[in-house]
Design a protein around this ligand. Structure first.
Ligand code: SF4
Length: 324
């Protein structure tokens, strides 16, 4: 019977799944991915961590519990510190292997290489650790990596393909694990599409363009996530056409609390309609539907009926301004 590596469908999975799936496939190792998030998975996660933990980490623990029950032989949980020079991933990512070991989940051995491109962990060391339970053949490992890297690049290129054919474009800004987890965000992308919107995410904008845009920010941004979002928002602000921005924040996320605030202030200055949706495990779907419909309607009314007295961008519109 072949050994299976469990990949929790949470956190970094939503950004890097083509890479790691292709890597293990090229090594001839079977991977097992936990199902899409559902109520049962979320509840399992909630039971494993303290209340104050952010929602995505609770979800991650639920996926790990699911994989352990499914009989994965190893769990792939890298200690992600940084994926680029001069910027970091959230500290919670660094601590995941320790948090798991301290939890009550009965778990198989972890594959937990340190990935730190600020201190430059040699790539070969990372790959050797990822492959260690299965092979030490470096030719095979490096070939698998080349293939996996191509898969990841292709995936990122595919994500950038967008065919604009709607009157209104919405940029959905948030962590990949909030934007692409349909249970956590209550199928937000589909809801917006049903309202006739073209939906863009940061992944639709080339990394080089986001990096170029972030140079306009007065300070260097410490977090990779913040760099991506601010770069994407700045790019989007320059685009013509009817548009709005939805910012998806996680309740309990320190990074969101200030990065999102920077973006919101800039959008307000630019008079670009925006909506901030904060996700936690108690978010009600009915309330979200109403907010989305109102947001989209207001943007279209402003265009169609010049109804300048409704502000979707947080500006106070007093009677003097209305009558001006
Ligand atoms: S960046 Fe925020 S949401 Fe993501 S793991 Fe860290 S605290 Fe949680």
């Amino acid at each position: 019977m072949s050994l299976k590596v469990g990949l929790p469908r949470a956190l970094f999975y939503h950004t890097y799944y083509p890479l790691w799936q292709a890597f293990y496939a090229a090594l001839g190792v079977e991977t097992v991915v936990s199902p899409e998030t559902n109520k049962g998975i979320l509840n399992k996660g909630i039971k494993c961590v303290v209340d104050e933990t952010c929602l995505p980490v609770k979800v991650f623990f639920g996926h790990v519990a699911e994989l352990c029950e499914a009989g994965a032989d190893y769990l792939f949980v890298p200690r992600l510190v940084s994926v680029e020079k001069k910027a970091y991933i959230c500290p919670k990512f660094m601590g995941l292997p320790d948090m798991l070991k301290a939890s009550r989940i009965q778990q198989p051995p972890l594959i937990a290489p340190v990935i730190n491109f600020v201190k430059v962990t040699p790539l070969q060391k990372i790959l050797d650790e990822c492959a260690a339970p299965f092979t030490r053949n470096r030719v095979k490992i490096n070939r698998a990596w080349q293939k996996a890297w191509q898969e990841q690049k292709q995936h990122e290129e595919n994500l950038r393909k967008i065919t604009p054919h709607h009157d209104l474009t919405i940029l959905l800004l948030g962590h990949d694990y909030n934007v692409y987890d349909r249970y956590i965000n209550m199928d937000l992308i589909k809801k917006l599409q049903q309202l006739g919107c073209q939906v863009m995410t940061a992944a639709h904008i080339a990394r080089e363009e986001r990096d170029r845009q972030i140079e306009k920010f007065p300070r260097s941004v410490f977090w990779t996530y913040g760099r991506n979002l601010i770069g994407a928002a700045y790019h989007f602000m320059e685009q013509p056409g009817l548009k709005g921005v939805i910012i998806l924040s996680s309740f309990g996320c320190g990074i969101d609390s200030f990065i999102d605030n920077f973006i919101i202030r800039r959008l307000t200055e630019q008079k670009i309609p925006h909506l901030n949706v904060v996700l936690d495990e108690h978010t009600g779907e009915g309330g979200l539907n109403t907010r989305l419909e109102a947001f989209v309607d207001i943007i279209r009314w402003r265009r169609d009926y010049h109804q300048g007295y409704v502000s979707p961008h947080g500006q106070y519109l007093g009677s003097a301004e209305r009558n001006a």
